[in-house]
Ligand binder design. Structure first.
Ligand SMILES: [Zn+2]
Ligand SMILES: [Zn+2]
Length: 291
């Protein structure tokens, strides 16, 4: 009997191989996502290929390539491939992979590892890891239970973790307990970039961001969580913020956008905006950003 690793049509997250389609998607049954009207539905890599999906690679700035499915799969997020002198690192994932994109990425050095903003963006991560020889998938211990398709290449982390020189994972919590961002010190011409998925989400007014427990179901976060997220990223220098979708990028003053948006959020949930927009203390910015 042949077995297939089914992909949830709604969230794009792949399940372990099974003889027939699973009944449930735990990611979608959680209150932060939703089971589509009409009921749980599945697809496969073969079906998506037959429907004409492909992986699009788009140069976003020197050292950064956007990687996403075209047409979109699931939530429609795109991943980001950060290219550094020490190797390439894939930030986030989505529900598709094809041989053309794997070959194109191999030609520029492959990938050294993959990490994620949160479980909604796990996609077909095991396929991506294996296509490059079983590269480590960095999963926060707090979100380990959300992994749907297990794999020996999964590596646990928590707190703050430098995965390659100049590339630092920061666990902020919020949307999920293990929600994280990736700080890229060399991004935005050396001013620093924050890759956020929807841990901190860049909103349609891209000069601002927001923070939610659930984006589709509009469940907010409490004040303490907002403060915790801001405090976690505050030691890092960044000017640009890459959200989880092609059109969600805060080009400059990302740090100001986070602070202003957090204060606005706290005000509208009736909480004390008890922090002020302060510049980095002189001399600490670089050393902290590279710890
Ligand atoms: Zn799902
Ligand atoms: Zn999400």
């Amino acid at each position: 009997m042949s077995s297939t690793a089914y992909i949830c049509l709604t969230c794009g997250v792949q399940q372990p191989p099974s003889a027939s389609a699973p009944e449930r998607c735990p990611i979608c049954e959680d209150e932060r996502q939703y089971v589509r009207q009409g009921g749980q539905a599945w697809t496969t890599l073969d079906q998506l290929a037959a429907q004409g999906h492909r992986v699009e690679l788009r140069e976003l700035e020197p050292g950064l390539t956007g990687v996403g499915a075209q047409p979109a799969v699931g939530i429609g997020q795109r991943a980001l491939l950060v290219r550094t002198p020490s190797g390439n690192f894939l930030w986030d994932c989505f529900g598709y992979i094809d041989t053309a994109s794997v070959e194109a990425i191999r030609a520029i050095g492959g990938i050294a590892g993959i990490a994620f903003s949160h479980p909604h963006f796990y996609g077909v991560m095991v396929e991506w890891s294996r296509a490059f020889g079983g590269r480590p998938m960095w999963i926060p211990s707090a979100d380990r239970a959300w992994v749907q398709r297990d794999d020996p290449a999964i590596v646990a982390w928590s707190g703050v973790k430098e995965v390659l020189p100049g590339l630092t994972l920061i666990q902020t919590g919020g949307h999920f307990e293990g929600s994280a961002v990736l700080h890229w010190a060399a991004g935005a011409d050396g001013r620093g970039a924050l890759l956020v998925g929807d841990t901190i989400t860049v909103v349609p007014d891209v000069r601002a961001v927001s923070f939610m427990r659930s984006y589709p179901n509009l469940i907010p976060l409490p004040a303490d969580e907002i403060r915790r997220i801001v405090a976690a990223v505050r030691p890092f220098a960044f000017d640009r913020i890459y959200g989880g979708w092609w059109d969600r990028v805060t080009q400059s003053d990302g740090r100001g956008a986070v602070e202003r948006s957090a204060r606005r959020y706290l005000k509208w949930i009736g909480a004390e905006a008890d922090f002020t927009l302060s510049p980095h203390p002189p001399g600490t910015m670089r050393s902290n950003a590279r710890r």
